[in-house]
Write a protein that binds this ligand. Structure first.
Ligand SMILES: [Zn+2]
Length: 49
């Protein structure tokens, strides 16, 4: 997602909704751990997104 798209989404959804979406995106559905932004895999269980 580009920076411009991000800003468009913030305007549309509001900052709280945007941050909630970001949090969901970087949270592992398997163990609830944090997903590494660079590797795209979970720190906790290593699950690839
Ligand atoms: Zn995990």
């Amino acid at each position: 997602m580009s920076v411009i798209e991000n800003l468009e989404n913030i305007k549309k959804l509001g900052i709280e909704e945007f941050l909630r979406n970001e949090k969901i995106r970087w949270t592992c559905i398997e163990c609830g751990g944090t997903i590494c932004v660079h590797k795209g895999s979970c720190y906790g269980c290593g699950r690839k997104t």
